[in-house]
Design a protein around this ligand. Structure first.
Ligand code: PMT
Length: 402
């Protein structure tokens, strides 16, 4: 189940034109299994209505501190029930009230009362955001452990192009998932994940590549983030939308990916290589576009180094095996040859598995257990199972002690 499943999220909405995005946010959180209760400031209710939120969440949306709530004090009860309090969008005024510890409406009373983690996503005109008063208020909130989602630079409602835009819903949800997962089984661990395919240049316009979309690697990176890990995502060429809430390094050739993996695994606890790395590259990449000659063309390919195999076994190592035949046999040999703790074998000739699909059917091979065959699952579910296995390996002393 996703880190959002069954969580009580208190969504504070302030008076900003970006408040309309909070409705889409509430809807997507609800669809992901979270119970979303909304508190609007009275100015938020000039932009969007409580009805918008109750319609998409099937839960109450409050404005008034004095809303009758028999048997309990509303702001205390909301504060106690929350797993996360997210103020989205957060205006300069409400950030100021929060920094000052003011309690003059339902939202600020609840912020003061809650023990839950608090996240704010500021959205405002550029001058208001860069104003030293706002920056000081944000610094105060950060010092108190509030998670601040940086606004984006772009065109603002006033027509100004500056920093102040509320990030898109996917990015906001990623930040919320990271906060909710921060105490998870991989808290304090660093996990390096590779995703996507490498492209080995033939000339300035052509390359040898493969069909990896990045979906499997991205799902693994998100699952590691949701389990509380610091994630370094090394990505080759991809077509899937990239995940948020992690450091991302671009590496489109096998050599660049090897350099990035070596650099980032030096201090990591686990490496998961879902990238489809070219085993061979053209011996020479032409400086100019290759022209037709009317004759056949022979290419000489040279072997790339095996990235996973050459990483020292001082951390948990997980590889994939993309096979079209003799899957278990090849995967078993990769487990030994690459000194991996786990090899996740997928039959990439199946229509529901492997490259580009949203689902995967995998067999997990390890050193000390019989192969575990999983049914066809969403790549997000496969990723969660693999991260559970990684967390167990780390718990039992694998990795730095190998
Ligand atoms: O990105 P998607 O569209 O979601 O597709 C997912 C996937 C099919 C790419 C993924 O599930 C997968 O199988 N990834 C591994 C692809 C691959 O290169 O498999 P392989 O059997 O050739 O390599 C075995 C392992 O060694 C892999 O972990 C690979 O990353 C690694 N390797 C391979 C070659 C090389 N030179 N260095 C490596 O480290």
């Amino acid at each position: 189940m996703s880190v959002l499943g069954g969580k009580n999220i208190l969504l504070g909405v302030c008076g900003s034109i970006a408040a309309f995005k909070a409705v889409a946010l509430a809807s997507q959180l609800n669809q992901a299994g979270a119970a979303v209760t909304t508190i609007l400031t009275k100015d938020a209710a000039r932009f969007v209505t409580p009805l918008s939120f109750t319609s998409v969440t099937q839960r109450p949306a409050y404005i008034d501190l004095y809303t009758p709530d028999p048997g309990r004090i509303l702001h205390i009860a909301l504060a106690e029930e929350a797993d996360l309090l997210a103020v989205v969008p957060a205006t300069a005024h409400t950030l100021g009230r929060m920094a000052q510890g003011l309690a003059d409406d339902l939202l600020t009373c609840t912020v003061l009362s809650t023990q839950a983690p608090v996240l704010v996503a500021p959205a405002m005109d550029g001058g208001m955001f860069t104003n030293p008063a706002t920056q000081q208020n944000l610094a105060t909130l950060r010092e108190r452990g509030v998670h601040v989602v940086e606004p984006l630079a772009g065109r603002l409602a006033s027509g100004l192009v500056a920093q102040g835009r509320l990030p898109e819903v996917d990015a906001l949800i990623a930040e919320m998932r990271a906060v909710l997962g921060s105490g998870g089984p991989l808290a304090g661990k660093t996990v390096v994940v590779t995703a996507g395919g490498t492209q080995e240049p033939l000339d300035p316009v052509r390359y040898i590549g493969n069909r990896s979309s990045g979906k499997m690697g991205f799902a693994l990176a998100e699952a590691a983030r949701d389990y509380g890990a610091r994630v370094i995502l090394i990505t080759g060429a991809t077509t899937a939308p990239p995940p948020h809430g992690m450091e991302t390094v671009s590496a489109t050739t096998a050599a660049a990916m090897q350099a990035a993996v070596n650099e980032h695994t030096a201090q990591a606890d686990a490496l998961i290589m879902a990238a489809a790395v070219a085993d061979y590259r053209p011996q020479t990449a032409q400086g100019q576009k290759t022209k037709r000659t009317g004759d056949s063309l022979a290419l000489t390919l040279v072997e790339n180094e095996d990235i996973l195999a050459q990483v020292p076994h001082t951390l948990v190592k997980v590889g994939f095996a993309a096979e079209t035949e003799h899957m278990i046999e090849h995967a078993e040999s990769k487990l030994t040859r690459k000194s991996a703790d786990l090899i996740v074998a997928n039959d990439v000739s199946r229509a529901d598995s492997g490259f580009g699909t949203d689902t995967n059917q995998v067999v997990i091979l390890s050193r000390d257990r019989p192969p575990e065959s999983l049914p066809v699952l969403a790549k997000t579910e496969v990723a969660e199972t693999i991260l559970q296995r990684v967390a167990a390996l780390l718990r039992h002393g694998a990795g730095r002690s190998c």
